[in-house]
Write a protein that binds this ligand. Structure first.
Ligand SMILES: [Zn+2]
Ligand SMILES: [Zn+2]
Length: 238
């Protein structure tokens, strides 16, 4: 298998352990053609990036692209937080202007926009009611409809969703769904449910230490178990 790209890697700018350059060096050693740096959006209580760091990161990525230009292409992205059922995500125009792509996912620690959002965190964490499943699904669907999102990260992780509804909108809006190798979402049963819808997929390492850049081991197990058509996955080649 050849890894064309790993778009989901974290660095010290959020709560990863490595630097951007360390992620780059591991990616080169594994023969990866495109590396995406995608730290957490800033509206997260504990591990989001500092808002202004994105501009520093842009400079660093530009410098490293020049330094390693014969070996790899580096892209700057962000993993935004999906903040509410309207599909708001934590990004602004100025930030978007310096990014190559935007990913978005649901995280417990994201700052709720209102009391309903706060209650939904609690519901997802403790109760896991059908109300939260409705809310989470709507949040992801509206995020895809209202923003230009490249990949929805780990759909269904930390908050259950109706994955078939999400996959249909992903197809309509041309948003990729992630098969995340750290969180194991999408999982095999979700993939079995949606594998005939015709939306596309991305595998992500979600590496928080540089050594794990391009580590797709668990995702590949999930894919095998689900018997997904491999041509629907954009960033690996067999
Ligand atoms: Zn995430
Ligand atoms: Zn992540």
């Amino acid at each position: 298998m050849k890894i064309l790209a790993d778009y989901h890697t974290h660095t010290k700018y959020s709560h990863g352990k490595g630097t951007i350059e360390e992620n780059v060096q591991v990616a080169i050693s594994k023969g990866i053609e495109v590396l995406g740096i995608s730290d957490h959006g800033y509206q997260h209580l504990t591990y989001g990036i500092k808002k202004d760091d994105i501009f520093k990161m842009r400079e660093e990525v530009d410098y490293l692209n020049e330094k390693y230009k014969d070996k790899i292409k580096i892209l700057l992205g962000v993993e935004c937080n999906i903040l509410d059922d309207k599909g708001n995500i934590d990004i602004n125009e100025k930030m978007r202007g310096v990014l190559d792509y935007v990913m978005a996912g649901y995280h417990f620690g994201s700052m709720p926009k209102n009391i309903r959002g706060l209650f939904n965190h609690v519901d997802n964490y403790i109760i896991r009611s059908s109300k939260s499943k409705d809310y989470n699904t709507l949040a992801v669907i509206n995020a895809m409809k209202n923003n230009d999102i490249f990949v929805i990260t780990h759909p269904g992780d930390k908050g259950d969703v109706y994955i078939e509804e999400i996959a249909k909108v992903a197809k309509e809006t041309k948003t990729r769904l992630e098969i995340n190798s750290s969180h194991r979402f999408l999982n095999a049963s979700q993939l079995k449910e949606i594998k005939n819808i015709g939306n596309t997929f991305i595998v992500g390492s979600d590496a928080h230490i540089s050594e794990n850049v391009g580590n797709f081991t668990k995702a590949l197990e999930t894919i095998k178990e689900s018997d997904l058509d491999l041509s629907l996955i954009e960033n690996i080649k067999f």
